[in-house]
Ligand binder design. Structure first.
Ligand code: TXA
Ligand code: MG
Length: 353
């Protein structure tokens, strides 16, 4: 059974949220209900991480399978003790370097964290978000907060409160609106369970940066089909799919643009509405061809591309029948951007040139 809510949308100053408003949201969390809130990466859908019934509400509201584990958010290091059974070697150095920030660490799960936070596994993912609203909420609630991205399952992650409302209005009691999120890509997830640290999800911290701190970091991209998702949490291929199909091109710029423009013209000639999710450098070409353009900023500025990616997918999905996009540079945030594009296309890449 799903309860229906009149979702309260509370605007807060992203740099200095009013304490009365934060207190209202903290009360909702302490009552065992859900609050969506901004982080530096994407909006999260939070619940008291110590309360299995509150946590169960997250899965229901998102329609997320209970086999997909959640990240626990904290505002202070001393909270870690109650969340993990042991702090693996090397964890503290990472924490000092990257927290608060977009690094999630998977560690042995402590007794107070109910199994449904971690999909029954013996581990738990933890991070300290770098956002004044998230930190103020966590502090006011006085609780660790389990929070996945605040979208419906398989939808692009939300980078604005409007995205959250689009997916979850009526399904949760409250959204804190702190404006658009800065990074726009989810956190980098690193497991510290094995003999070597392992990158499970590329994200807001580039892998090159992490490798400087963790020279033996493992990364073996594994993408699994929907029906095998339980075996490899978070690695399900169809994860960020917008409502309209995405055609993803990879290859040298000129060749990719030529193929994309040919596809755009052919589809327009058939009477389809076509979108282009492209950098400013390419935008004019697609506008002139008659496509609806969502700009990702300069192709050379991957931070900007990352920040606009999910919003671009969401902006186009309701107005076009299909959208085209091409690969960006792979270095730095490019790895996370490529991962999200692959997931938006269920791994289907059109190779050109
Ligand atoms: O930036 C973020 O990480 C955002 C904000 C809200 O903090 N949260 C987020 O949560 O992206 P979610 O649920 O959409 O993604 C959580 C990722 C998934 O890939 C999940 O499989 C992985 O973390 N994860 C969580 N707990 C895990 C565990 N115990 N072992 C392995 N992976 C885990
Ligand atoms: Mg998510």
């Amino acid at each position: 059974m799903t309860i229906s809510y009149e979702t309260q949308l509370l605007a807060v100053d992203p740099l200095g949220p009013a304490p009365e408003r934060v207190a209202l949201a903290a009360d909702v969390l302490r009552r065992g209900e859900l609050v969506a809130f901004p982080t530096e990466t994407v909006y999260g859908l939070g619940a008291n991480a110590f309360d299995p019934e509150a946590v169960a509400r997250i899965f229901a509201a998102k329609r997320r399978p209970t086999s997909d584990p959640l990240i626990v958010h904290i505002h202070a290091l001393d909270q870690l003790e109650a969340i993990v059974r042991a702090v693996p070697q090397g964890a503290l150095a990472l924490v000092r370097r990257y927290w608060p920030g977009p690094l999630t660490l998977v560690m042995p799960r402590g007794q107070r964290i109910p199994p449904n936070v971690s999909a029954g596994m013996d581990s738990v993912a933890v991070r300290m978000p770098d956002h004044p609203v998230a930190l103020a909420l966590l502090r006011a609630a006085g609780l660790p907060v389990a929070a996945p991205s605040a979208n419906l399952f398989t939808r692009p992650s939300p980078t604005t409160a409007a995205h959250v409302m689009h997916d979850l209005a009526g399904r949760i009691p409250m959204v804190l609106d702190g404006g658009p999120t800065r990074i726009g890509l989810e956190s980098t997830v690193v497991s510290l369970l094995g003999p070597r640290p392992e990158l499970l999800r590329p994200g807001g911290i580039p892998i090159e940066d992490l490798r400087a701190a963790l020279p033996d970091l493992l990364y073996q991209p594994r993408y699994v089909a929907e029906d095998h998702a339980a075996a490899a949490p978070g690695q399900m291929l169809k994860h960020y799919a917008p409502d309209a199909p995405v055609l993803l091109y990879r290859g040298p710029r000129a060749a990719a643009l030529a193929s994309m423009l040919a596809e755009v013209r052919a589809r327009l000639a058939q009477g389809q509405r076509v979108g282009a999710l492209v950098g400013d450098e390419d935008a004019a070409l697609f506008r002139e061809a008659g496509a609806l353009v969502a700009s990702l900023g300069s192709c050379a500025n991957l931070a900007e591309v990352g920040a606009r990616l999910f919003a671009g997918l969401r902006a186009l999905e309701s107005t076009v029948d299909v959208m085209v996009v091409r690969s960006f540079e792979q270095g730095g945030l490019g790895l996370a951007i490529w991962d999200r594009l692959l997931r938006a296309t269920e791994g289907h890449v059109i190779e050109v040139g």
